[in-house]
Design a protein around this ligand. Structure first.
Ligand code: F0G
Length: 479
């Protein structure tokens, strides 16, 4: 819920209370510098005990509800035919209106299986935007990803409510050029992860469906953050006026022929699913589940996780849940914007995205400004964000590096985990860092894995800027 205070500020009021909590600590600044040095200046390699506010991701880190916890205690551990699985399929049918559920252990497992089923050398794969694991799986099968965002989608500061819309005219042009037979699906990612968690509109999805229908091309929905996308449709899309979040979700699912998701992000602590109402897709994909994931009624998940998802699907249709992180994000984005920090607007799903290109204009892309900002933010504040920029783009086959479309520091806001005062602290430290941005320098790889290098790669500062930043932090805040 948003509440307007007497001093004119609007704050997000949490519509939940804590029952179980985890203690966190803020290490002294000197220890933070040691920790990030040990992690090769890559926030993925920090130990979580060394982190104060963990804003790396919302994956597996959303709070679960008392009802989810309760249901998981009553799960059925049968290897085959688990009752927990049937409670999951019932929830999918009732809330989302879809018939067939194929369980997998997490989102990228769904991508692996879908890539094997749909993609072959010569396939063209139009989408609103790629995600790292999605692109890795689709290209490993020989497909070519085509990103068809509408003009203006990559503008950092914008009033455009649906920067995640696909350019339907461009999709039609691609079909004319490449031939419908070479396009196994068009993928829509509900809130485009890599470009600021920006939603697409229901109006856009309806238009896409109409355009694809005549060619028989299915829509594939990456529903990992579908509730947040539905919430923003509910708030912003005139084409959905009068609809509830639950109705919007059901229509989004209905317009999509094949849906997959990371349950770690969408509605529970772990797991993933492929969902469809196309019997031919189900029959083609189902035999792969026992080979790669586990028997058809658990797919690599524990029965406790499956129960959590079944309850989570119901909860995510509640606007107070679907909107909980969106409103926190908006609160942080508005404050950063008021203070002149370059941040993606409007606020989207997943997290707060600071534009490292504008934040650190003195660092060229080949020294990974978003990675530098992530490391500097940790040294300054103990907050762990994630680099979403040129470090997250792997080298091409001939070893060349290329700049990312955007250089972002992502500060994830997992659902119902952080309070408004946590957001106040994090944004204040970002403002301090902006005032001292000249202290931050570049990074270079010292250990660089060939695929998804951002996960495990190690870097080193190009000068002793890390020590100078520490001195400034200690001068301002004490040790
Ligand atoms: N699709 C999207 C849009 C995602 O954001 C993710 C994961 C996946 C697929 C893969 O799912 O992790 O369960 O295998 N995103 C996480 C993140 C990793 O931090 O943004 P997974």
């Amino acid at each position: 819920m948003q509440f307007r205070l007497r001093d004119g500020r609007t704050i997000p009021v949490e519509m939940h209370k804590s029952k179980v909590v985890q203690t966190i600590k803020l290490l002294p600044a000197e220890d933070r510098l040691e920790a990030i040095r040990g992690a090769g200046f890559n926030t993925f390699l920090l130990r979580s005990g060394d982190v104060f506010l963990d804003m790396l991701t919302d994956s597996g880190t959303n709070a679960i509800s008392d009802n989810q916890q309760g249901a998981s205690m009553c799960s059925d551990d049968a290897y085959a035919g688990s009752e927990s699985f049937y409670r999951l399929t019932d929830a999918v049918k009732r809330v989302w209106g879809k018939d067939f559920v194929l369980p997998v252990h997490q989102g990228r497992a769904a991508e692996h299986i879908l890539a094997r089923f749909f993609v072959k050398p010569g396939s063209f794969l139009p989408m609103n935007y790629h995600f790292t694991t999605t692109k890795a799986h689709f290209t490993m099968q020989g497909g070519t990803v085509l990103e068809l965002l509408k003009p203006g989608a990559l503008e950092i500061d914008s009033d455009e409510p649906f920067k995640g819309d696909i350019d339907v005219d461009a999709v039609e042009r691609v079909i004319d050029e490449k031939g419908a037979g070479n396009i196994p699906f068009v993928r829509m990612e509900a809130t485009t992860n890599l470009i600021g968690g920006q939603p697409f509109s229901l109006t856009n999805l309806r238009r896409l469906k109409a355009a694809l229908k005549k060619h028989g091309i299915p829509i594939m929905l990456d529903a990992s953050l579908v509730s947040e996308n539905a919430f923003m449709i509910w708030k912003r899309d005139k084409g959905a006026a009068g609809m509830s979040v639950a109705e919007i979700l059901k229509e989004m699912m209905g317009l999509s022929d094949i849906v997959y998701l990371s349950a770690r992000k969408s509605c529970a602590g772990r797991g993933g699913m492929i969902i469809t109402d196309r019997k031919d897709f189900y029959d083609g994909i189902a035999p792969m589940i026992p080979v790669y994931e586990g028997f058809l009624t658990y797919g690599g998940m524990s029965s406790r996780e499956i129960e959590g998802i079944a309850v989570g699907i119901n909860e995510m249709a509640d606007p107070e849940v679907a909107g909980s992180s969106v409103e926190m994000i908006n609160f942080g984005v508005e404050k950063l914007k008021r203070n002149g920090i370059p941040v993606i607007t409007p606020g989207g799903g997943l997290g707060i995205h600071i534009d490292a290109k504008q934040f650190l204009p003195h660092i060229g892309w080949e020294q990974y400004p978003a990675g530098c900002l992530a490391a500097a933010m940790y040294i300054a504040s103990g907050v762990r964000g994630m680099e979403r920029g040129s470090m997250s783009v792997d080298r091409s086959a001939d070893g060349k590096e290329s700049p990312s479309d955007v250089e972002l520091l992502r500060l994830a806001v997992p659902r119902r985990v952080f309070s408004a005062s946590h957001i106040e602290y994090m944004t204040d430290m970002a403002i301090w860092l902006f005032e001292h941005k000249d202290l931050v320098g570049g990074l270079r790889f010292v250990q660089e894995p060939p695929v998804l290098r951002f996960f495990m790669g190690k870097l080193a500062p190009v000068s002793d800027w890390d020590k100078k930043l520490l001195d400034a932090v200690e001068a301002e805040f004490g040790a």
